[in-house]
Design a protein around this ligand. Sequence first.
Ligand code: SF4
Ligand code: SF4
Length: 336
Amino acid sequence: MNLVIASGKGGTGKTTVATSLAVTLARHGQTVAYVDCDVETPNGHLFLKPMVTRERPVEKLVPRVNQETCLLCGLCAAVCRFNAIACLPDQTLVYEELCHGCGGCTRVCPVGAITEAPHPVGVVKVGAAGAIQFVSGTLNVGESTSPPVIRATRQAAPAADWTILDAPPGTACPMMEAVRGSDYVVLVTEPTPFGLHDLRLALEVVKTFDLPCGVVVNRAQPGATEARDLCRQARVRILAEIPDAVAIAKEYSRGQLVVETVPGLREIFDQLCLRLLEEVPKEKCPHEMRQRLEAAIRASSQSPATGPPAAGDPFSTPRLAAPRQREEPTRAASAS
Ligand code: SF4
Ligand code: SF4
C-alpha cells in the first residue's frame, strides 16, 4: 500500500503526520517503509533517528558541447524550455544546474556536437529506525530539479505492507512526482486562510491523477468549521483532526515523535489508521493485512489507559496533558 502524505503548503505538519503514522502502523505489527521525498528539506530523520546503512549519489545526464564542431546555429538553445543552454556569438554554454536532462538539445544538434555526461544532483540514504525501513533523498545545494532525486528515492524504497511517502510541499512538479502512481493521498492542512487555499489547489492536483484522498486537519480548533465545510463541498473525508496544542509544538521542537510522547495522540493516530482502512482501495490492501491491523488496534484500545475516542470526534480523545517520557523500547519491540 503506497500512501502519500502531502500538503499544499509547507509547515502544515506533514512530516509529523507521516512519521507518526509510520510509527503507529509499525507498533501494530505492520511492515513499514518511511520514504522522505521532501528532498529540498528532508527532516523525517530528525524524528525517526534512523541508522543509515547505505548512501548513493543520484545523477542526471547533462549536455557537453564540443566547441570545435559546434556551428553556433542556436537550435539547441531554441529547443530548451529551461534556458539551460545558451548559444553565444563565439561559444555554446550549458548551465548544468538548470538542465532537466531531457536530451532534447542532443537530438536536435545537426552535427552531433553534443554528448551527454553524468552530473550529481543529490543523494539517497537508506537505513532503518527500529522496525521501520527508512529512505531519504536530498537535493544538492544549488540544484533546481528535484524530480530525478524524488524518483531515485522512491525506487530505493524496500517492499513493505505500508510505504509512507513524505511528499514535497506545494502543488508543483516535485509534489506531482511524489503523488504519481500512489494508492492513496493524505492531504495535511491547517485551518488558516493560506492553509485552506492551498488545500483547494492540492485537491485539484490529486483529482487530475484520479487518486482517492482524505484530509488530516492539523492545529484544529474546536468550533472552527472552515476545513470541514471545504471538505464537505469537495466530498473529501476528514480522516483526523489533530488539536492545536502547545504540548505538540514543544515536543516537535525537541525532535520528539509526538505520537509517542503527547498523551491523546496515540488514540488519534489509531483512529486515523482505522479510517484509512475504510478508505483505501480494497484490492490494494489484502484482507488478511486489514484484519490483522484492525484487531491489533482494537486490542490496544481496550486498555483503560488508551480508551478509544467517540466515533467521528477526535476532540473527544483525552485532553492533551504534559508530555510523557518517550518509551524507547516501543519501536525496538515492534521490530521483533
Ligand atoms: S538536456 Fe534538455 S533541459 Fe538540458 S540543456 Fe538540453 S534541452 Fe535543455
Ligand atoms: S545545435 Fe549543435 S551545432 Fe547548433 S549551436 Fe547547439 S551545439 Fe552548436
